[in-house]
Design a protein around this ligand. Structure first.
Ligand SMILES: *Cc1c(COP(=O)(O)O)cnc(C)c1O
Length: 395
């Protein structure tokens, strides 16, 4: 890895394609008794080469904006592999999705009404339900509770049915995504009961989509989603359901983090080691502009000193170079850090680069994909010109 940093410089995002493949395979194995369709949640990491790799593994894709849909098409996904799950977007964006021929997932009654009025029974859609379940690692990433903006409340089922009947809308799927970082299999089973309970009102279903939120370990002994347990139990509940429904259906899931988080690293270089009477800070050449999860979600990312793997251990607080508190990790035991040392922030594949910005007029990092044993540049580092691109200079 040090070689790669030397070749491409830091800060640098590096992704391991093989790890992504392994994660996909583990889902396929866990759900081997079901007609599983994996729809990768693109927003976790949208580099075109990563999307291509995931497409090559036979996955579909879940997109949340029309631009993500366009990126997916560019990466080789077919329209029928794409599920568009927008939230509070302009209706024209949904029309564009229909024109592209992708699956449409609607999450509020007003849009369902507009959709019915425009398309009647000529274009099917999926309904995103809000199950009123609070689950997930952090309130900001919980989407399935009653006060969340996502989904149509299951308590509004009568209104949904009314709109569907009024316009004869063909409902081809039902969807729930309760949020991120859900380790309990029971949450998914509870969701499935809700979905199976309402599914009988929709005779034209093709699939049921259980969303994602599969949790990976960010530190040792972290609770994770037991994918095998989930595949076994959810798979069985699903089969029991569709036998009584009368027809076999596809089981869809939308993993983002599960596919790409552990495959990614953010490599940074130590600019300064600064001791105060109480804390020893390690200041690195990156910050919340490149990886915002620690500040935004109190996320824990393991930090490793790759330049000094056998140095004696000391306690450090690792911070960025942004004029804003941007602590990557407090009171971390690291092998002795010297100025110039390269540190790795682990599990940085998901919601790392895709949430990066140019805050403080700093440049976004380059991205490298390790594939077939080779480290390949898949995005150039920003340049100064990128900061000015599109700006108009007036007197
Ligand atoms: C973000 C998102 C996902 C992915 O969630 P992860 O926790 O990254 O797996 C799946 N489905 C929808 C609709 C999402 O918005």
């Amino acid at each position: 890895m040090l070689e790669i940093c030397k070749e491409f410089g830091t800060p640098l995002y590096v992704y391991d394609a093989e790890k992504i493949t392994k994660q996909i395979q583990s889902l396929k194995n866990a759900f081997s008794d079901s007609d599983l369709k994996i729809k990768y949640a693109a927003k976790a990491l949208t580099n075109i080469s990563v999307l291509k790799h995931i497409q090559q593994q036979g996955c579909g894709i879940d997109v949340v904006s029309i631009n993500e849909a366009k990126l997916a098409i560019k990466a080789g996904f077919k329209a029928e592999d794409i599920l568009f799950t927008p939230s509070c977007v302009d209706f024209n964006e949904i029309v564009e999705g229909v024109d592209m021929g992708v699956y449409i997932n609607l999450d509020n009654l007003s849009v369902l009404e507009k959709f019915g009025k425009k398309y009647g029974n000529t274009y099917p859609c999926c309904i995103r339900l809000n199950p009123h379940i609070l689950a997930g690692g952090n309130y900001k990433i919980s989407t399935g509770h009653g006060n969340s903006k996502f989904g149509i409340s299951v308590f509004q089922m009568p209104q949904i049915i009314e709109v569907v009947n009024k316009y004869k809308i063909e409902i081809n799927g039902l969807h729930i995504h309760t949020g991120s970082e859900i380790s309990e299999t029971d949450v998914y089973l509870k969701m499935s009961e809700i979905l199976f309970g309402v599914a009988r009102d929709f005779p034209a279903l093709k699939f049921i989509d259980f969303g994602s939120g599969f949790k990976v370990a960010y530190k040792e002994n972290d609770m994770v989603t037991n994918i095998y347990d989930l595949g076994l139990k959810l798979g069985k509940a699903f089969r029991d359901f569709y036998e009584s429904y009368g027809r076999k259906l596809e089981l869809w899931i939308e993993p983002g983090k599960y596919l790409v988080s552990e495959a990614g690293y953010l490599f940074v270089t130590t600019n300064v080691v600064k001791s105060t009477p109480s804390v020893t800070f390690v200041g690195v050449n990156s910050g919340l502009n490149h990886l915002i999860r620690p500040m935004m979600y109190d996320a824990h990312h393991e930090i490793v000193n790759v330049s000094n793997p056998v140095g004696g251990q000391k306690v450090y607080t690792v911070v960025g170079n942004i004029c804003e508190t941007d602590t990557f990790g407090s009171d971390r035991k690291l092998n002795e850090v010297r100025e110039g040392d390269i540190l790795a922030l682990m599990n940085a594949g998901a919601y790392g680069y895709s949430m990066a910005s140019t805050f403080n007029s700093r440049l976004r990092p380059a991205e490298v994909l390790i594939k077939g044993g080779k480290a390949i540049l898949i995005r150039q580092r920003d340049t100064f010109d990128d900061l000015l691109r599109g700006q108009m200079e007036i007197d």
